[in-house]
Design a protein around this ligand. Structure first.
Ligand code: FAQ
Length: 311
């Protein structure tokens, strides 16, 4: 019987028919999606912290209102994604426990500090830019609830990317010091942004299978290359320089060549040893503990409103 179910599943994947929560699916497909969607949700939630650091210090009311809205959008993305993961049979509590105990991964990028206002521009431009590059193809992922969540998320990410670029453009048109601040932010965020796409294809344990299942439509290196190609032109518009002396147009490949990523740094950060890993996790643990009374109150309210069982 399992063979028949497997065949129905394989045919759906081949014919681009979405897999839905109540459909039969192989255990490993479920496991992979729970892993990827929950890590993605955690990234959105932890990803609020570096930018939230600047809400009180945004340089104008307009910037403050925009940043506040952007950070709230990330919370919304985290919540849709937790809901999408829940359709696969894991509970919200289990996922939160995995994050708070340090068991679950979240994107390496959020373990770097936001030192100046220009970092908020660089995050929007590069981090949201990399996120879109990776997430637009996920709108066609084979699992229905994940793919549908991605459609709305990508629309919002696209606004985030533009607001970041516009912050940097304003700084680049400003004083010498402001332009230097933008360059410094690019210097610090460039390489970590390239790491967001994950390890090189030949050292990525999950890519080949995830591509067969049509969860991933492009490999890590393919998406990273597309990102490098578009950023070049945008850096020229800003008039700042990408910190890579190996970056050069390759006429034959019709792509930019670029330097080697520091993979030791990447693996060190995902092991928990990046500049802000401890601080990020401590902030989430403290938020969870401080929110305990809210969860208790919500449960007490739900119990009060529940229809009384007949005695
Ligand atoms: N950081 O075999 P692969 C955002 C792990 S955007 C940490 O290549 P896969 C928006 C990987 O999990 C950021 N860990 O794995 C925002 C695996 O570990 P495991 C989030 C990483 O899954 C913007 C191992 O390395 N976006 O939040 C990273 O096929 C601004 C082997 O890697 C997503 O999550 C990394 N960078 O490909 C929010 C997108 N890279 O589980 C706030 C969805 C790899 O075996 C502000 N996810 N690892 O222990 C994906 O597309 C994929 O999961 C990849 C990794 C491409 C990230």
């Amino acid at each position: 019987a399992t063979e028949e179910l497997q065949k129905v599943f394989d045919d759906k994947i081949a014919e681009e028919i979405r897999i839905e929560p109540k459909d039969w699916m192989p255990d490993d497909y479920r496991k992979t999606l729970i892993r990827q969607i929950s890590q993605h949700a955690h990234s959105e939630i932890v990803g609020m912290l570096p930018e939230a650091n600047w809400i009180t210090r945004a340089p104008s009311l307009r910037r403050k209102a925009t940043l506040l809205a952007k950070v709230q959008d990330e919370a919304g993305h985290g919540l849709y994604l937790y809901s999408a993961a829940e359709t696969m049979g894991i509970t919200r509590e289990e996922m939160v426990d995995q994050l708070l105990s340090g068991k679950a991964k979240y994107s390496s990028i959020f373990n770097y500090p936001t030192l100046t206002w220009a970092d908020i521009g660089a995050i929007g431009w590069l981090v949201d830019g990399a996120a879109i590059m990776n997430q637009v193809p996920l709108c066609r992922a084979s699992y229905g609830p994940y793919a549908r969540a991605m459609v709305r998320i990508c629309k919002e990410e696209s606004f985030h990317q533009r607001q970041g670029f516009e912050i940097l453009l304003t700084l680049c048109k400003g004083s010498k010091e402001q332009k230097e601040m933008a360059q410094d932010a690019l210097n610090r965020w460039w390489w970590p942004s390239l790491m967001m796409f994950g390890p090189n294809d030949d050292t990525s344990p999950h890519t080949a299978q995830s591509m067969k299942w049509k969860i991933k439509r492009f490999s890590n290196d393919e998406l990273r290359q597309k990102f490098v190609d578009v950023c070049n032109e945008q850096a020229d518009i800003l008039g700042i320089t990408i910190p890579d002396d190996k970056l050069v147009w390759n006429e034959k490949r019709q792509h930019y060549d670029f330097g080697e990523i520091n993979w030791n740094e990447f693996f060190n950060v995902i092991k928990g040893n990046g500049p802000c890993n401890k601080e990020r996790l401590a902030a989430r643990v403290s938020a969870h503990e401080n929110g305990e009374w809210v969860r208790e109150a919500a449960l007490a309210y739900a119990r009060k409103k529940a229809p009384k069982s007949p005695s």
